[in-house]
Design a protein around this ligand. Sequence first.
Ligand SMILES: *Cc1c(COP(=O)(O)O)cnc(C)c1O
Length: 241
Amino acid sequence: MEALIRERFEQVLEKMAKAAQSVGRNPEEVQLVVVTKTHPPETVYAALAAGARLLGENYAEEGVEKMQTLAAMGVNLTSVKWHMIGHVQSRKAGLIAQYFDLLHSLDSVKLAQRLNQFAGEHHRTVPAFLQLNVSGEGSKSGLPAWDDSHQNSLLEAVTEILNCPHLHLQGLMTLPPFFDDPEAARAYFRKLRGWRDFFARRFPQAGWDHLSMGMSGDFEVAIQEGATLVRVGTAILGVRA
Ligand SMILES: *Cc1c(COP(=O)(O)O)cnc(C)c1O
């Protein structure tokens, strides 16, 4: 299993670099988050052995349990960053503030305020991306952002989030609808980049450097459209149980 994961990890890195170069971007601008949700600690260990340093988890408790199991196995986690990429219920905000290095999926002002409170108690500032729903699909979380009619509500939400001193907003994240053809996702990635440019004009004092977009099936298109982090699970670790 370790050799296979290493091979796929390196293949993904190679494809990422090629995608960046295809549009004249520096491959070093794009980071790979290996999505380990539902995979056991042994698989996470293999990903780390292959060179993964950013790990994405969807459920707070599952992630924390893995961190603790790996630490108990004696794995050195000092250079590993744990990213929360899934929807976080407000009552789990404490776990995020205590254990995770970055939140991709900040999707409400209420969650921002809860996180801000817990992060303050832990004397931390939590880096976060605002998750936008750019498709209008009801099943997707994220603040409504599928057309320009959402401008005012988004400006209000960002204003409130920027008032949270223990959160550090650094960019945007989205999850487009699933398509067999990755080209079909391109318009949604472009839309996220459009919102980034919009916020950067309105709130130049805040950080808008990051776009978290692209998964196993469409990370190359996402990189061509400006992704700075891609979140890849299946293409490296195989199909989830
Ligand atoms: C599961 C998941 C991924 C990874 O999906 P793959 O298709 O396995 O690469 C990326 N982002 C989010 C938010 C996820 O939930």
